[in-house]
Design a binder for this molecule. Structure first.
Ligand SMILES: [Fe+2]
Length: 266
């Protein structure tokens, strides 16, 4: 069995500062760590799919490190549109998975799964785009791991959400990714963050799932002139689990807060 926990969009602030001047995103991230440490089945790995910080500052990355210290599971971090590659590298330079230059693409073997983290960020912008170098790296990785089940992780999901104020900042070159996937049958699923809510879609034959934020959730409003809005809906994370048989992978949405129970099942 292989279990990968995914959390996303933690938007950590410098110590004592609030997210959007009103939300204690640091405390909410700390609660997510407590929830992961308390899981009955300890995950093999934790992946944070970007927007680690809100402004990409050294003080925020220092806080990310401090808040991650109690996590009892190996982890990897990816950049989102609120991050800064240079500062992220600076703060986590001792992490072996982090490339020394260019896009922050990397591969990690976790149990029976190969995780390919694809950097979809464009420095200085909020939309996403996969660079020629990242696409080439992905094609090479997929060809080199034909016998492995692969989970691709990226910050920007490769689909339109239907929420106009989110799609303004979507992934620009979805077709280039779809083209590569059409040549490889070993991608089990794509996981993403960025949209601050749980969504399920598809790119070609590959399922695409997004992870909620550990802080605020973005409203599902579909009118073309809808005003952007967020709510303090229950924060959540995803548990991706694979058993021994083929096709046995399932992703679970799990809430960070605790609820009354257990109640009698029958
Ligand atoms: Fe975010």
């Amino acid at each position: 069995m292989t279990v990968i926990a995914q959390i996303s969009d933690i938007h950590v602030r410098p110590k004592g500062r609030l997210y959007q001047d009103r939300i204690d995103s640091n405390a909410m991230f700390a609660r997510a760590i407590v929830a992961l440490n308390g899981l009955e089945t300890v995950p093999d790995f934790v992946l944070i799919t970007g927007d680690l910080t809100d402004e990409g500052s050294p003080a925020e990355y220092a806080m990310v490190r401090e808040l991650l210290a109690p996590l009892r599971v190996p982890y990897a971090l990816m950049p989102g549109n609120h991050d800064d590659r240079v500062q992220l590298r600076e703060a986590f330079g001792d992490h072996p998975w982090l490339p020394r230059e260019g896009e922050l693409d990397f591969g990690v073997d976790i149990g029976s799964i190969r995780l390919l983290a694809l950097d979809s960020t464009v420095p200085g912008f909020h939309h996403g785009e996969l660079s020629a170098a990242s696409l080439q790296w992905l094609e090479h990785e997929l060809a080199a791991s034909e016998d492995k089940r692969i989970m691709i992780a990226m910050h920007h999901p490769p689909f339109s959400t239907g929420i106009p104020y989110l799609d303004l900042y979507g992934l620009a070159n979805v077709d280039a990714l779809a083209d590569i996937l059409s040549r490889h049958a070993n991608v089990d699923r794509i996981v993403a963050g960025h949209v601050h809510r749980s969504m399920q879609g598809r790119l070609g034959a590959v399922p695409v799932l997004t992870c909620p934020s550990t802080t605020t959730q973005i409203a599902a409003r579909f009118k073309p002139d809808a005003d952007p809005a967020s709510y303090l809906e229950p924060p959540a994370y995803l548990l991706h689990r694979w058993g021994e048989g083929k096709g046995s992978g399932v992703s679970h949405l799990c809430y960070i807060e605790t609820f009354d129970g257990p109640l009698p099942f029958a």
